[in-house]
Design a protein around this ligand. Structure first.
Ligand SMILES: [Zn+2]
Length: 428
């Protein structure tokens, strides 16, 4: 949309002209359309709940049928949404907010106008999502419903300065642009990049320990310049949470928590489709919550905090049990084989994770707790211990905590970065 004509998004070759740089720096983040906040909200809800009947949408948004029809009329005119001839395409009621059902509105709609459902015009726009973790990156092109337009593209790198990383990433971005073209979609409107770090103004990385950068880096500006596509940078956990709010299992859930386990411990919470935790997310606020008074000591001196759920700590605990140096992978292999010590540590780890879930559920009262992160598969290996951990710290009369273990594939982290870009593109 605002792609400078003097930048080549296909090969990412930088254009050495100060005027184009100035354009990139001052370019506002493009939006799909410019309209009232209500219109943006209606479009966002059609993304989340579509295909959806007008009557249901009006109920969710507490708008009169007349007001909603005027707004959806504008969105149809703008080409942002499309009308499907058959509301049977509507998704099941599970994806709607609590208390709403497509079936009721379908029958009431039947009495008046013909049965139709609204959906976002998903192939009218394309986006790119990039996730950077460790010394590698994954990029994927998606449509406006965050559905991949091709296979993801990965990149491995050794230490790179922010400028060098932007040059490397331009190559995978160019591949994504080709994917969008092959799928007959327009050039990507916006690029979202996510990483495990602290980011200011969706642009500047102020802390990302794994990249070993000195000082702040405006990665959004560097990528915008290199790739010719407006870019926003997000914290990866925040993006994952947003993805669940818009396209995943958090759609229609008023409050849910996401806990990630792996190299670190992540915790974030969403309320009414919005992450609540803000910039705090990047600091790993759940890392030192006590989960086992007899657990191992962490690097900060706590005994039995949630740091004991990290891969490094598990490797250390397992090495101690086995009286030899073992890696996290050794532990997983042995646990899968059912070796006694590995099973013991697995059960203990899942019990501790259950305690963490209970602590968070007791304090934040979410309707659902999602478990993600690269080691989330451990939870599935010992659900019984996890449930015991939850029950031990949960009041017997309190409602059970629905727990969902996410499919932690890398492409989903790439899609998450794109989700955040889509959200900004639609909501502004
Ligand atoms: Zn600690």
């Amino acid at each position: 949309m605002t792609t400078s004509s003097d930048l080549d998004p296909l090969n990412g070759i930088p254009v050495d002209s100060s005027s184009s740089k100035q354009k990139a720096e001052s370019a506002p983040i493009p939006q799909w359309f410019d309209a009232s906040p209500y219109t943006h909200q209606v479009a966002a809800d059609i993304v989340r709940y579509g295909p959806i009947a007008r009557t249901t949408l009006a109920q969710i948004l507490k708008l009169s049928q007349g007001a909603l029809s005027r707004i959806t009329g504008d969105l149809l005119h703008l080409g942002v949404i499309e009308e499907l001839p058959d509301a049977r395409l509507a998704q099941d009621a599970g994806r709607l907010p609590f208390g709403f059902s497509q079936k009721q509105s379908e029958s009431s709609e039947k009495r008046g106008r013909p049965l139709t459902a609204l959906r976002i015009n998903k192939d009218e726009r394309s986006f790119i999502g990039i996730n950077v973790r460790g010394n590698s990156a994954l990029a994927v092109a998606v449509n406006a419903l965050c559905e991949p337009l091709g296979e993801p593209h990965t990149l491995a790198f050794t230490y790179q300065s922010p400028e060098e990383l932007a040059v490397s990433l331009a190559k995978v971005v160019a591949e994504c642009v080709k994917d969008a073209k092959r799928a007959a979609l327009p050039e990507p409107s916006l690029l979202g990049l996510s990483l495990g770090g602290h980011i200011v103004d969706n642009a500047t990385v102020t802390a990302a320990p794994f990249l070993h950068w000195n000082g702040n880096a405006n990665l959004a500006e560097l990528l915008t310049q290199r790739c010719g596509i407006p870019t926003l940078v997000f914290n990866d956990l925040e993006s994952a949470l947003r993805h669940e709010c818009w396209f995943g299992v958090g759609v229609g859930v008023s409050r849910f928590a996401l806990i990630t386990i792996g190299a670190g411990i992540g915790y974030s919470i969403a309320q009414d489709g919005e992450p609540l935790s803000g910039s705090e997310t990047s600091y790993g606020t759940a890392t030192h919550i006590i989960v086992d008074p007899e657990g191992p000591r962490c690097y900060q001196g706590h005994i039995g905090c949630a740091d004991s759920l990290t891969n490094d700590s598990i490797a250390e605990q397992y090495s101690e049990m086995m009286s030899k140096t073992c890696s996290f992978e050794d532990f997983v292999t042995d646990a899968r084989k059912g070796l006694r010590q590995a099973t013991q540590l697995l059960n203990r780890t899942c019990f501790r994770l259950g305690v963490l879930i209970a602590t968070i559920a007791n304090a934040a009262m979410p309707q659902k707790v999602l478990i993600g992160g690269e080691s989330s598969f451990l939870a599935e290996m010992s659900m019984e211990s996890l449930r015991k951990g939850v029950e031990t710290y949960r009041h017997s009369q309190a409602a059970p905590v629905p727990i969902e273990i996410l499919d932690d594939t890398w492409i989903n982290w790439g899609r998450s970065a794109a989700s955040s870009a889509i959200e900004r593109y639609i909501l502004g």
